[in-house]
Design a protein around this ligand. Structure first.
Ligand code: UDP
Ligand code: MG
Length: 332
């Protein structure tokens, strides 16, 4: 019998206190899903504790476990990249090691995937990361949704399932500044949500320092939005418009009503207008740089989800593209 394979990718940074409980919870879930083959890909992202030894221990007793260890801490986005590069499943699930992403949700995710969704996000109904982190995260998601060139769903982290077809497209993008949430959303495949309340970390400390979070937030905006570049254009238009108003006002006052303005007032108004012109030129330069930035990402120009017609499709993109029982088989 053909069994679908599910890869579970787990980035780990100083998680020695969580690995064994995480692994036993995952084993329970996988046991309750006997129709699938599982693989666990554990990435040790340069931990300074015994995380790698723990991964080795579980890899020795369970041949579904693949361990990967980085030479130093490269950050979650790179750990996720390595995990996806080594995943061989038909669907790939990413999950945190600290049990803040309840593994029990995997069952619902697989169900939604089987119903034909290519991406299944676990959406946080509420989170327990402390007042300041919750507030800044929700403000950031709102900002990102407002400025991003593609719709990036709010309140979803890296706990999600993606179909192999989605991964194949993302794998063609080897951009350095990676923001997985954005890249997954960018593919545009049919998606859905499962909901959960995010519990607190079971043990250990968060590996996301404020500095790392700030960098991630910046990478998210600069990788998926040209808005920061457009700020120069908006400033230019504002400065020129207000400068022109000032110029028209003092001209009318001087030529129609005979008011006398000292030379420096005329000069200040004209210099102010030219400042606006400079802003516009900066925006123009920014547009060229932005396009170069887009070009070097080398993302595919378009993504095909399905095709039909005789001779057209030799290799279906994913299990979802396979013909259903009641469809005429067009694959030769
Ligand atoms: N993590 C990682 N590298 C890092 C920081 C974190 O691989 O530099 C892992 C971490 O072990 C966890 C996941 O990424 O499995 C999420 O990190 P964390 O729980 O620290 O983030 P938070 O939940 O606080 O946002
Ligand atoms: Mg966490």
């Amino acid at each position: 019998m053909f069994m679908k394979k599910i890869s579970i990718v787990i980035p780990m940074y100083n998680e020695e206190a969580n690995i064994f409980s995480m692994y036993s919870r995952l084993c329970l879930i996988t046991k309750s899903l006997p129709d699938y083959i599982f693989e666990f890909i554990c990435i040790n992202d340069g931990s300074r504790d015994a995380t790698w030894q723990c991964i080795q221990t579980i890899a020795l007793q369970d041949d579904r476990v693949k361990g990967i260890s980085f030479s130093r801490n490269f950050g979650v986005q790179m750990a996720l990249t390595a995990g996806h590069d080594h995943a061989t499943g038909d669907a790939i699930i990413t999950i945190d090691a600290d049990l803040q992403d309840p593994p029990e949700l995997i069952t619902d995710m697989i169900k939604a995937w089987e119903e034909g969704h290519y991406i299944v996000y676990a959406r946080r109904m509420s989170r327990n990361d402390g007042f300041l982190k919750d507030l800044t995260a929700s403000l950031y998601y709102k900002l990102l949704t407002a400025v991003a060139d593609v719709p990036i769903p709010e309140n979803v982290g890296d706990f999600r399932l993606i179909d192999r077809a989605v991964l194949n497209q993302i794998n063609t993008c080897r951009e350095r500044y990676r923001y997985w949430r954005g890249m997954v959303a960018w593919t545009g495949f049919k998606h859905t949500f499962v909901y959960f309340t995010r519990p607190e970390r079971v043990a250990g400390q968060t590996g996301y320092t404020w500095l790392k979070l700030l960098k991630l937030a910046f990478d998210g905006i600069t990788s998926f939005s040209m808005f920061p570049l457009k700020l120069a254009a908006y400033s230019g238009v504002f400065v020129i418009a207000t400068g022109m108003c000032m110029f028209v006002y003092i001209s009318c006052d001087a030529f129609l009503f005979g008011a006398r303005y000292p030379l420096f007032k005329w000069l200040v108004t004209i210099i102010y207008i030219f400042m606006g012109v400079q802003f516009l030129l900066m925006w123009l330069l920014g547009e060229y740089i932005g396009r170069m930035h887009d070009e070097q990402k080398q993302r595919p120009l378009y993504i095909i989800e399905k095709m039909c017609g005789a001779q057209v499709v030799k290799e279906p993109l994913s299990t979802h593209s396979l013909p259903q029982n009641n469809e005429i088989n067009v694959f030769h």
